[in-house]
Write a protein that binds this ligand. Structure first.
Ligand SMILES: C[S@@+](CC[C@H](N)C(=O)[O-])C[C@H]1O[C@@H](n2cnc3c(N)ncnc32)[C@H](O)[C@@H]1O
Length: 252
């Protein structure tokens, strides 16, 4: 399904695909990395604000709110279904809309941290090139909504090619973009629940280039190995071990 946004069009997932996100992706080891960087960068004794773009059912927000009495967290998500699963809290706020429309949705609001946890790869439109442009545009816009000394934190699955760096991510994009039902059902079975719509994963080189191109500087970059595909899928993708990356960046 194509949805018209103010700036461009992106594909949106069906509700049965969104159901896969009714889960906690932040394993304790990812939290450990995220919190150690947060503690380094933010004075949590003072009040601070977080915008969690693609925050879904809000488990990330809930944990921040419970750990930090000075944190106010806003979740922005384009799925009404996932937003409706959230627990309510006085320091938890909601914006229903697309990351592609940050300019319109945020107006003059600014935040100490803007987090993108496993969402940038969903900003998919007609081709891989335009999907990359979407990420770049969204990062640029997010940067405009950072407070002075504010940070963008990105968590993404990374696929670095064994021989050609971009090979696994191009292949995943092309395969998951096939909308022909028998093929997309097969790709879903392999583990790509976004099959039929497309998913734009990146390698470490590609995401770093996009971040720098969006006028941001990288403050820290922590990657943890994470394997869950079987050997056959790994060989077809010709990918090094998948990594979960947490990058923190700032306006230059
Ligand atoms: C893989 S889930 C990650 C959810 C959550 N951030 C987490 O870490 O568990 C992707 C999330 O991005 C949201 N999403 C996808 N495209 C979006 C868009 N264009 N604008 C805002 N949210 C989007 C989905 O609704 C979903 O909540």
């Amino acid at each position: 399904m194509l949805r018209k946004n103010i700036n461009m069009e992106t594909k949106v997932l069906e509700d049965n695909q969104l159901e896969h996100f009714n889960t906690d992706l932040m394993l304790p080891c990812y939290w450990e990395v995220f919190l150690s960087v947060l503690e380094r960068n933010i004075d949590s004794n003072k009040s601070f604000s977080v915008l969690d773009v693609g925050g879904g059912i809000g488990l990330f927000a809930d944990k921040l709110i419970s750990m930090y009495p000075n944190a106010e967290v806003t979740i922005l998500d384009n799925s009404e279904y996932l937003l409706s699963q959230n627990k309510q809290h006085a320091r938890k706020h909601f914006i229903h809309g697309s990351a592609m429309d940050l300019e319109l949705l945020l107006a003059d609001k600014s935040y100490d941290i803007i987090s993108f946890n496993w969402v940038l790869h969903h900003l998919v439109s007609g081709s891989r090139a335009t999907s990359m442009d979407n990420i770049s545009m969204v990062l640029k816009e997010a940067a405009r909504h950072l407070k002075d000394n504010g940070y963008i934190s990105i968590i993404e699955n990374l696929y670095n090619g064994i021989i050609i760096d971009s090979y696994p991510t191009k292949l995943i994009y092309n395969l998951t973009s096939i909308s022909f039902k028998p093929v997309s059902s097969l790709i879903r079975k392999v583990g790509f629940n976004t099959a039929g719509v497309g998913v734009n994963f990146m390698s470490e080189k590609i995401i770093s280039k996009l971040i720098i191109g969006a006028g941001l500087s990288i403050n820290s970059s922590d990657a943890l190995d994470c394997w869950y595909y079987n050997l056959f899928v790994r060989l077809v993708l010709m990918t090094k071990p998948m990594k979960i990356l947490n990058i923190w960046c700032q306006r230059v």
